[in-house]
Ligand binder design. Sequence first.
Ligand code: MN
Ligand code: FE
Length: 361
Amino acid sequence: MEKKFEIGSKTFVLDQAKAEEAYAAKRVINGRETMAFNLLPLRYKWAYDIYRSMKSNHWEPEDIPMQKDIEQWQSHDLLTDSERWIIRMGIGYFSAAEGIVGDNIIHVVRELVTAPELKLVLGRHAHEENIHADSLLYMISSLGINPHECEAMFEQIETVRNKNEFVTGVSRELRRDIDLTDPANKQLLAKNIFVFGQCMEGTQFYGLFGMILSLYRQNKFPGIGQMFRYTLRDESNHIEVFRNLFMDLVEENKEIWTEAFQQELTDLMREAVRLEKEFISDCLPVSSVGLTAQEFLQYIDYIADRRLEGVGLKPLNRGTENPFPWLAEMMDIQKEQNFFEGRVTEYQKASALEVVHDDEL
Ligand code: MN
Ligand code: FE
């Protein structure tokens, strides 16, 4: 079907069939290569939808008051040593982890995918990792923690180093020219997306999330807790982006979904869980008020199984119950509006692609 535009003495003919061909050539990998970043028509609508929800969740660390946290941190009687240690571990681990995730997106995943709408959502994902990294800087400077101490945490604490090496290994092996028509290389990319989305952001972030939000629930570190709530809300979008990306990659390249590959991924999750459990033992060497390591270990088993099932793999510990049902509630802050003292946290505006009704404005 052709559409003709006659403007003055000129005639422009637009061929719909050609546009449809371009649309059909959109792929997660090995799609049409073009320098034009053409989002439309959207083939991966989920990517644009999540991009929009990420945008509406936008937050900035400096908007969150830290006075109470500083007061507690400097006091002699308001906190125990183990509570301070959890915060140090949280700041130490996440300072490195957020950067590692963002760097892998920019240098590996966003480089290798071909559909523009996938690159769009991955750009936002990387930016949110920058916001998270920045929020840790803000916590460190507010509390007056020596930045060298923070660097030392991820170099000298073995369980932090092990978690980091587990993920940087699967990122390093993809930082080269790679032939993605080779099924072995497709599997390397699928593995990277699985490890970063489901094992790291999806599972290994959750030990500390649980601990810091448990403290927050007891009114300890309200500013830090709030930042982690926003971070956790962002992470659930990140996990979903990487889960969808993984599922579509496998769907379009079915030859990679072998028994052996499914087993490899399951083993990687088992290893991720093992590393996270060792790490949790370092965060909580002795029980703190209302926090025991045992519950967090169970929580990790529970979360890891949800991630495995999310990508169609069998759980490792079927029937494990969630010891922290309140955690899901704490994440549900979509509609909370009074945090920024009257400033609405939802930045969502109507999309140009949707019909806007007057009553929505
Ligand atoms: Mn993050
Ligand atoms: Fe993330």
